[in-house]
Design a protein around this ligand. Structure first.
Ligand code: ZN
Length: 309
């Protein structure tokens, strides 16, 4: 069993409009845009990162906004809900705030003793705010500190019964403990993690999801550094997983593998972080390009959809 995984690192999803996506995460949810770059494999598309002040692993929601993307069709083999942690008593504030911003799909509910507010993102993305004790410091700009988002609480994977069983086994191998469940939900938690340490599996019988705008593309797990990442990579490969080589994503090092339930997992390093190429006071403001794409700057600055700060 692995002991190197700290919890979530980032969650990456697909969007349609970059401007609308940026406004939702910065203005409505009050996160900080910590990086404005492009998809390194598809440089005509942005890669936008939103999180706490420095984009601490466990707080970072990222997007590829494809201007022409049609909506995804929900189903099995994907993350159905990405949840953010907020302080206890914060949900009435958020209900009023999200209503005022015209947010769709709001439902108040509880899961495993925690108060939740479910809502939809601009492309129908499945989100929840969950009230928890969480001592992570929030980014404070548009939302008051006592109710602001602390980072991720969890992701909830929607899996068919076979995928659920196999993924539960994988999470156990990755160091997650199985906790009590409720209805068709089973909860997993990595001990001593980074506060974004919960994974839920919702088991349903349904057709596989079709990825599109509003769908989660992959879930990234945090490891401290490249040495621990190499240990995880070897252990996964020894267990029979096909894992990519280590890829330099400029702000972290990444490996990817497809899980038996269909969800794409990544294992990303906490080093070097989002302040490696920008001053901390100005994170996310300039368009940053990796060195291999620097020659495209003039073209990209003309063709990428402008985003307000
Ligand atoms: Zn990623």
């Amino acid at each position: 069993m692995l002991t190197q995984i700290n919890g979530l690192h980032h969650v990456t999803s697909l969007a349609s409009g970059a401007q609308e996506n940026n406004a939702f995460f910065t203005r409505t949810l009050g996160l900080r845009r910590v990086k404005k770059t492009v998809n390194f494999d598809r440089p005509e598309v942005y890669h936008l990162y939103y999180g706490d002040e420095l984009g601490t692993p466990g707080t970072v929601m990222t997007y590829f906004p494809f201007p022409d993307a049609g909506p995804g069709r929900p189903g099995t083999g994907e993350v159905g809900t990405t949840s953010f942690a907020v302080p206890k008593g914060a949900l009435p504030y958020w209900e009023a705030r999200l209503s005022g911003h015209g947010t769709a799909g709001m439902i108040r509910t509880t899961r495993l003793g925690e108060e939740r507010l479910i809502f939809k993102g601009p492309d129908g993305d499945g989100f929840a705010l969950v009230e928890t004790d969480d001592d992570r410091a929030p980014w404070v700009a548009d939302v008051p500190e006592d109710v602001a988002i602390r980072g991720f609480h969890s992701v909830d994977m929607r899996l068919d019964p076979r995928g659920a069983a196999a993924t539960a086994e994988l999470l156990g191998f990755m160091g997650y403990d199985r906790e009590a469940g409720e209805d068709n939900v089973t909860r997993f938690r990595v001990p001593g993690g980074n506060a974004a340490q919960v994974i839920d599996i919702t088991e349903i019988d349904a057709a596989p999801a079709d990825q599109g705008a509003g769908s989660v593309h992959h879930v990234a797990f945090s490891v401290d550094n490249r040495d621990t990442q190499a240990e995880v990579r070897k252990a996964l490969m020894d267990t029979g997983y096909q894992v990519t080589p280590v890829i330099d994503r400029d702000y972290f090092w990444a490996i990817y593998f497809r899980t038996p339930g269909g969800v794409l997992f990544e294992v990303a390093t906490n080093e070097p972080g989002f302040d490696r190429d920008e001053d901390r006071a100005h994170l996310g403001e300039a368009l940053k390009l990796p060195s291999q794409l620097a020659h495209l700057r003039d073209r990209l600055e003309q063709t990428l959809e402008p985003i307000a700060d």
